[in-house]
Design a protein around this ligand. Structure first.
Ligand SMILES: Cc1cc2nc3c(=O)[nH]c(=O)nc-3n(C[C@H](O)[C@H](O)[C@H](O)COP(=O)(O)OP(=O)(O)OC[C@H]3O[C@@H](n4cnc5c(N)ncnc54)[C@H](O)[C@@H]3O)c2cc1C
Length: 421
């Protein structure tokens, strides 16, 4: 697993592998780990030189923690710096509410671990080094697919050593919501849409803390994650309104934030320019078909998720686990058929649809009306009122967020690499 030129990276222009994974995000790194563990010769291409990039979500949910446990990685993983969240508390106008309580779940890890995504990905990369069948090339960008007789037989990639042609029995697009793989494969995207965008920023914590996680007022919503020495904040705006927010000026934005969350009064000074505010253009979409002969897309490349529930990473991991469960042995034994690829979509399309349906319902029935509300605080939606009246119901949102629909468990084998190919 190397960055830059190394003996591991051959200088010849064509290489062969059993599986080529495009993209080293949560889906690609987990799938690489699982296939490497199953002794399948696998090459992961990641276009960036490292994982230390912009914030892009760092919630590791109980379902993913369970997968780490099944892989024997949990102890090392939980030694990395992280924060834990069990109770999702909020302010709805003047009312204090509890949205979900993960401590009510009967699972091994009843909490969300907040960990920078780069720490998670580095941990997977380091852990995967023990598998000789797995290689991860950093700084390697897939630029096109290679076709033969209507099937994908690999990718063209640009590396610091020049262009490389990677021939593979199977190519898997894990290259995120702007996937070049799905675009070059001409896989049709079904856009579902979202009424909001999100502005992400950090605020210093100082010595103060509080357990409020979500805040809702007329026309405004914000989520604050306690990240130890800072707050990671998500400020929700109506779709396409970023320019209007900017036009009002940074002071007005800061005042809105402090009005909602007085605890950020000193810490928000860390937001000095609009460069400190990152816009997430929220999209919900999914591929109609996740496969072509020789090709499969998973994770955000197959379905971009709304940030509602913070489930994108975890769904990507679940896709990776299901893919390895279904394909590791056929790949290893060189008996992979196109019908096998379709079984991955058959297994994962339903949880994707269900999760997106829930996100759309929350966006349309709750987020959009709140953002449109002017004057008085919006009324407490009846499902949230019920959760306050009968707290045991808080296990339902906890389960949907923490475990999700159709959780996957690791069934792919741990095997030595295949020799003599
Ligand atoms: C600002 C922001 C906040 C978010 N917050 C959360 C959150 O709190 N919780 C949550 O669960 N989800 C969150 N998400 C969503 C989450 O990050 C994604 O759902 C998740 O990372 C998807 O994983 P993936 O592996 O499918 O794709 P990605 O994480 O997008 O990974 C794709 C990888 O492919 C690489 N790549 C792209 N093109 C190429 C190419 N041509 N060649 C080689 N490599 C390539 C990219 O560099 C990247 O590393 C957030 C996203 C954003 C942008």
């Amino acid at each position: 697993m190397d960055a830059g030129t190394s003996p591991e990276r051959p200088s010849r222009r064509t290489i062969n592998t059993r599986c080529c994974i495009v993209g080293g995000g949560p889906a690609g790194m987990m799938l690489g780990y699982l296939l490497g563990r199953a002794g399948v010769e696998t090459l992961v291409l990641e276009k960036h030189a490292d994982f230390f990039r912009d914030f892009r979500g760092d919630t590791v949910h109980p379902s993913t923690l369970q997968v780490m446990d099944e892989l024997g990685l949990i102890d090392g993983f939980l030694k990395l710096p992280h924060q834990r969240l069990q109770k999702m508390d909020g302010k709805f106008g003047a009312a204090s509410i509890r949205i979900a309580d993960l401590s009510r779940l009967k699972v091994n890890y009843p909490f969300i671990a907040f960990m920078p995504q780069w720490d998670f990905l580095n941990f997977l990369r380091e852990s995967g080094k023990r598998f000789s069948s797995l290689r991860v090339w950093m700084n390697a960008e897939a630029t096109d697919l290679i076709w033969s007789d209507g099937a994908v037989v690999g990718v063209q990639a640009m590396t610091p050593d020049g262009p490389v042609e990677i021939r593979a029995d199977l190519t898997i697009g894990c290259d995120g919501r702007h996937s070049i793989v799905r675009e070059r494969a001409r896989l049709e995207v079904e856009e579902i849409g979202a009424p909001m965008d999100v502005l992400w920023f950090r605020a210093n914590k100082g010595g103060e803390s509080e357990s409020v996680f979500a805040r809702v007022e007329a026309g405004k919503m914000m989520v604050t994650f306690d990240r130890g020495d800072y707050w990671q904040c998500a400020y929700v705006i109506a779709k396409g309104q970023y320019d209007a927010v900017k036009a009002r000026g940074l002071d007005a934005f800061r005042d809105d934030v402090i009005g909602m969350a007085p605890i950020l009064k000193s810490g928000i000074s860390e937001v000095k320019t609009w460069d400190d505010v990152k816009l997430l253009t929220v999209a919900i979409n999914r591929l109609k078909r996740w496969t072509r002969p020789g090709l499969l897309c998973i994770g955000d490349a197959a379905h971009a998720m709304s940030p509602v529930g913070g489930v994108g990473i975890n769904l990507a991991i679940q896709d990776a686990v299901a893919t390895a469960n279904l394909l590791a042995l056929p790949l290893r034994e060189r008996r992979l058929r196109d019908a096998d690829l379709a079984t991955v979509q058959a297994r994962r399309a339903w949880p994707t649809r269900m999760t997106q349906r829930a996100q759309v319902a929350i966006q349309n029935r709750f987020v959009a009306p709140v953002l449109a509300q002017r004057g008085a605080d919006p009324p407490l939606p009846w499902p949230i009122a019920l959760l306050q009246r009968w707290p045991w119901l808080q296990r339902i949102p906890a389960r949907l967020i923490g475990i999700g629909v159709r959780p996957e468990h690791v069934h792919s084998p741990a095997l030595p690499p295949v020799t003599g190919d």
